[in-house]
Design a protein around this ligand. Sequence first.
Ligand code: PMP
Length: 391
Amino acid sequence: MQFLGDYLEKVKAKKLYRQTIVYNPVSATHVQENGQVYLLLASNNYLGLTHDPVVQQAAIEAVRLYGTGSGGARLTTGTHPLFDELEQELANFKDTQAAIVFNTGYMANVGVISALAGAEDVIFSDELNHASIIDGCRLSRARVVVYRHSDMEQLQELLKATSCRGKRLIVTDGVFSMDGDIAPLDKIVALAEQYEAIVMVDDAHATGVIGPGGHGTAAYFGVQDKVQVQLGTLSKALGAEGGFVAGSQELIEYIRNKARSFIFSTALAPATIAAGLAALRQLRAQPALVTRLQENAQLVRQLLEYAQMPVVLDGVAPIIPVIVGDADKAVKLTAELKQQGIIISAIRPPTVPVGTSRLRLTVTASHDRKELAAAVNTIVATVKQSEMIVR
Ligand code: PMP
């Protein structure tokens, strides 16, 4: 098994070796490590619902009522009563006929794409789509045509130029996970109509985040009725775990019967589904949560821009990348910021292209605005100081 060590040495030589780090979350916005508390600007817990007492209580009650594990796959004995409630509530939230819950967003993408497309079909996929979309495309055995990021002219050319015996599927992230920008879904649906393609949007970072009431990218553009497949996760803004797909009754029945990652895996535990359901109800009852999230993101973005930091794009999403270029520099900066009590992720190749390594800040509705402003000051000072050292 020489290849194991060889691979690890190669990764270490490229300074891309990865490890898991244990953090002890003490709130939605702070973690503790070795007795020290850190401000977390690196979580997808966009609405802070992991620590909402109502959500926590729902999970505790579900354990008491139904036990800790589901004990079976969804099509055998694993579908406990909370699944029905959650799937109906998700369909209602997305304004679709039906919805179906998978164990993770990753499994939803892999399962749905490989269920919808096969060897005769063509998938048109944005070059910055999430890894789980890429893996779903590979698994489908369809021909995959990758278009430049959000480049609608190229997408049109490719749709025009690519002949296809079977179906055409256009798939895109709604909010892109590394840059925080929003896919031009209004234009995508127009092209899809023209070239008879199915549209699928991955709203992992958009559900509970953009659109009126956090309803996602299709709602943001007002094109819900033109997007056939809306995918989301419970693992980010909804503070739990699990992926879901919302669409027509027929689509959901088809997925239930065909998506292998749905069929061949044990169903999520009652506590997880209860938490996701309670979080969704909290989101619907308190749309101000989404407004606060957007205001906090806007504050950080504006402060960084004011300090002339290389922030990627303006937008409304709570993902705010500060491009520093070199992978090593990104890692060093996050280490320095950690010493100053702030945890931010360094995103490096292969997750992003070489030369675009970045500090990826994520903001939540639970962050305190004064604390955010102070953190931005620290980040700006640290980045500027490192630039002086480099020069
Ligand atoms: N899609 C996108 C765009 C994502 O960013 C992620 C998670 N990082 C996923 C899907 C997978 O979701 P989950 O974490 O629920 O598996």
